[in-house]
Design a protein around this ligand. Structure first.
Ligand code: SF4
Length: 374
């Protein structure tokens, strides 16, 4: 019989599992705290659990981490891990320390089926969804490893203060596994993170944005990358299914329940593709007064298969200037972990592509039809 990995349960799931073993709810709470707050995997060490329960758990369950294939530490403090998820697939997580926070970027899928042109994960194709246990295991491992190394902790004793679901994969295309993972991150008996400090980043899976609003509203980041459908269709193919107008409507609905009063729009700056001042003006028209938002401009991290180039810094700043003058809060993301390929869009892992992405994804140049500026 295969052991059940308890990292795959949120608290309610663990309560149900323990009830199946004839145990009361408070035992599940104790167990959940041992696993997530104290990082203990060995049931024998869970000293306030009855011996009979420890024996039952030892026979039926496990707390199983992912196998680490590699760990790379950047000069700027960023750390990237490559985790084995079986059958030749591997996923990455990235720890990004800053003065006032420490963020963990977590993967949700082995590969990704969305196929964004500027993303090396997208170019790798898709293998499979991660399970809840595989998503949670990334935080469980990193949090307790870094505590053991004596990394700075916040007032609540955590090393990781922020989670971004921005690693490999489109989290909203793995919804069933994502939501219990988010609940574990938020649970006071788990990691106790506030909803504002947990961000789901999506390329725009509109029906699932609506479901997330109902089931587990956390901060939302949306990969926009273009001010019009013609260009976004080419950069983010999911746009053909859920065009910008629909996406923005779902963002407006999301804000009714969101823990923050704005949506973060991610915009990857691509030289000569989406970085002209008139495209910034288009963005202003699209967003201003319609969706309370922040714009996060991301320097593109080039990789050969993309056929795309990073926008020069002065062009990024000119683009930001247009947005800022129009009153839209705009930041330019600092690139971190450049020396270990840990920056946004560089996470590639190792994926058994079951989608023939390389064959599907066109190498044709991105066609830009610019409107004359008015
Ligand atoms: S940017 Fe996100 S949604 Fe697009 S291909 Fe990469 S991982 Fe998938």
């Amino acid at each position: 019989m295969t052991a059940t990995n308890l990292l795959g349960f949120d608290l309610e799931g663990l309560v149900a599992y323990c009830e199946g073993l004839g145990e009361k709810r408070f035992r599940a709470v104790q167990l959940f705290r041992w696993i997530h707050q104290r990082g203990v995997a060995d049931f024998a060490q869970m000293s306030d659990l009855a011996k009979s329960l420890r024996d039952k758990l030892a026979q039926n369950a496990e707390v199983s981490a992912l196998r680490v294939l590699s760990e790379q530490r950047s000069a700027d403090g960023t750390i990237k891990w490559l985790f084995d998820v079986g059958n030749g697939d591997a996923v990455e997580s990235v720890y990004i320390p800053e003065d006032d926070r420490a963020t963990l970027c977590i993967s949700s899928q082995a590969g990704c089926a969305v196929g964004c042109r500027f993303c090396s994960t997208g170019h790798q194709g898709f293998s499979r969804n991660l399970s809840t246990a595989e998503i949670v295991a990334q935080l469980w491992f990193v949090e307790h490893l870094l505590r053991g190394e004596g990394k700075a902790r916040d007032q609540s004793g955590r090393v990781i203060s922020n989670i971004v679901m921005m690693g490999m994969g489109e989290p909203l295309q793995n919804y069933a596994a994502l939501v219990p993972a988010l609940r574990t991150f938020l649970d006071d008996h788990g990691y106790g993170l506030s909803r504002r400090r947990v961000t789901v980043s999506t390329s725009g899976v509109v029906p699932m944005i609506d479901r997330l609003r109902e089931d587990c509203p956390v901060a939302l980041a949306v990969s926009l990358h273009a001010p019009d459908d013609a260009l976004r269709d080419q950069l983010v193919p999911l746009n053909k299914k859920y065009p910008i107008a629909e996406l923005l409507q779902s963002c407006q609905r999301y804000l009714e329940a969101a823990p923050r009063d704005f949506i973060t729009f991610e915009y990857c700056m691509l030289d000569g593709v989406n970085d002209a001042p008139e495209q910034a003006e288009q963005l202003v028209k699209l967003l201003k007064g319609k969706v309370p938002c922040k714009l996060n401009l991301i320097p593109f991290n080039p990789f050969p298969a993309s056929g795309l180039k990073r926008s020069p810094r002065e062009r990024v700043l000119a683009f930001a200037e247009v947005l800022i003058r129009a009153g839209i809060v705009t930041t330019v993301r600092k690139t971190r972990g450049d020396d270990i390929d840990a920056a946004c869009g560089q996470l590639a892992g190792e994926v058994q592509d079951r989608t023939r992405a390389e064959q599907r994804m066109t190498r044709a140049p991105v066609v830009v039809h610019r409107r004359p500026s008015s």
